[in-house]
Design a protein around this ligand. Structure first.
Ligand code: NDP
Length: 453
């Protein structure tokens, strides 16, 4: 790492205390960019990276609501408008008790580079709340969403900032949020993506992150003239991304064998087939139950409860060739990475954002495996959100096949950008550097063109 980048990281830590995830995300990108900043002093001179690290705007607000017992609850709402150099702010909303400023800043920062990679004109943002939808009634979720939007509506708009879903925010929540926005603004616009199909949503949006991640893995395997056919795959999470990752793996002949939620994980050596997947979709999206029930229904599966005392996650310790972490940040630590490599995993597609710690990432890169970082591998979700915005602007909808074809093309061009950029900067096969540098260059050049703003 050069002195410029080291000094920058010290500054980021000093200025943003108690935000370890944000420091981690900046460190990973800054280390890749050392190569670029050496070759292009003009970026240093214009302090482009320093500007990218500082959000354009941070909105923090109170979200009061009344629960079913008539008691007043208070949550905290956030929107980080990180960078609008190449388009309106764009990024999901996360509702999870762990949400805080540092986590959303890391996600917004990552989003800037990811959106740049998609080839579509979208800036980066992220938002959410420490509200926990788990165990809440539909009415409670609705009242919360309405209160959240009663403040957020004044900061967003189809040409300003277009939020979407993330952890804890799916079709139900987007519906309640959109309804309240429309009521307050008296406007029917594409202000959110992930909308229902009958009211402006795009086909393939729910599937896009998982499908895109598998397409990206397929592209990486293609560089070695291999396919997913017959490959055993470890998948974590059991929400939106995990479900459609499993579906696309089945389409392409892979054999998914694990899923999880925050309470525990299942290992099904016989494979998760389509019937078992539809059970999971009903369990998680309709009945909102726990993954443990999978092992109660299918004898071939073993359930392991989450043990916070363990220094590793048993889900990553099974014989396999591919892994698709699709739950949350830092779910793979150094020990998990060592277990994955020992068990034969050589393809990793990150459905989740920053699921691997710095120590784990270094092990994957050093081992020379096909490691697709989240910014690139999970960009399919926001890419189809961009396509939803395009369809809304045209007041027109593409067919499932048209959207899926565009998604495949986008994932292929992201892959090409990563590989080509890594080659150009003398780090062939390094998808981390390739994604960070390619994502940065487009945003940095736009910022240079637009002056110091
Ligand atoms: P969902 O809420 O649909 O599912 C999240 C899954 O991960 C659930 O199974 C959840 O279990 C589990 N999980 C969440 N937090 C934790 C935790 N702290 N520890 C263990 N398990 C946890 O979210 P998504 O599938 O949409 O998102 C998953 C990941 O993918 C996130 O990192 C998100 O940022 C990323 N992503 C999502 C995109 C999208 O389009 N939705 C786009 C790009 C990235 P439980 O139910 O028990 O909480």
């Amino acid at each position: 790492m050069n002195d410029y980048v080291s000094a920058l990281l010290v500054d980021v830590q000093g200025k943003n205390p108690a935000e370890p995830e944000f420091h981690q995300a900046v460190q990973e990108v800054a280390e890749s960019l050392a190569l670029v900043l050496d070759r292009h002093p003009e970026y240093r001179h214009s302090r482009v990276l320093e500007r990218i690290i500082e959000p354009e705007r941070v909105i923090l607000f109170r979200v009061p609501w009344v629960d079913d017992k008539g008691e007043v609850q208070i949550n905290r709402g956030f929107r980080i408008e990180m960078n609008s150099a190449i388009g309106p702010y764009k990024g999901g909303l996360r509702f999870h008790p762990s949400v805080n400023l540092g986590i959303l800043k890391f996600l917004a920062f990552e989003q800037v580079f990811k959106n740049s990679l998609t080839t579509l004109p979208m800036g980066g943002g992220k938002g959410g709340s420490d509200f926990d939808p788990k165990g809440k009634s539909d009415n409670e979720v609705m009242r919360f969403c309405q209160s959240f939007m009663s403040e957020l509506f004044r900061h967003i708009g189809p040409n300003t900032d277009v939020p979407a879903g993330d952890i804890g925010v799916g079709g139900r929540e987007i519906g309640f949020l959109f309804g309240q926005y429309k009521r307050l603004r008296n406007e029917f616009t594409g202000v959110l993506t992930g909308k229902g199909l009958n009211w402006g949503g795009s086909l393939i949006r729910p599937e896009a992150t998982g499908y895109g991640c598998v397409y990206f893995a397929q592209e990486m395997l293609g560089t070695r003239k291999e396919t997913l056919e017959g490959k055993v795959c470890l998948v974590s999470g059991s929400g939106n991304v995990a479900q459609y990752t499993v579906e696309k793996l089945l389409d392409l002949g892979g054999k998914p064998v694990t899923l999880s939620d925050s309470s525990g994980s299942i290992f099904d050596e016989a494979g998760i087939d389509r019937e078992k997947l539809s059970f999971v979709m009903d369990l998680k999206n309709v009945r909102r139950g726990r993954i443990k029930e999978y092992a109660e229904k299918y004898q071939s599966a073993v359930y392991t409860e989450t043990d916070p005392r363990l220094d590793h996650n048993p889900l990553w310790d099974h014989k396999a060739q591919c892994a698709f972490p699709s739950a949350t940040q830092n779910e793979i630590n150094g020990k998990d990475a060592a277990n994955l490599l020992r068990q034969g995993v050589y393809v990793i597609g990150e459905g989740a954002n920053m699921p691997a710690t710095v120590e784990a990432v270094n092990q994957f890169v050093d081992a020379g495996i096909l490691y697709g970082p989240g910014k690139a591998a999970n960009a399919g979700g926001v890419a189809v959100s961009g396509l939803e915005m395009a369809q809304n602007s045209m007041r027109y909808g593409w067919t499932r096949k048209e959207v899926d074809n565009r998604l495949q093309l986008i994932m292929s061009s992201i892959h090409e950008a990563c590989v080509g950029t890594a080659d150009r900067f003398g780090v062939p096969g390094n998808y981390v550097d390739g994604a960070n540098i390619a994502g940065f260059l487009k945003v940095a050049d736009a910022m240079m063109d637009q002056g110091v703003v």
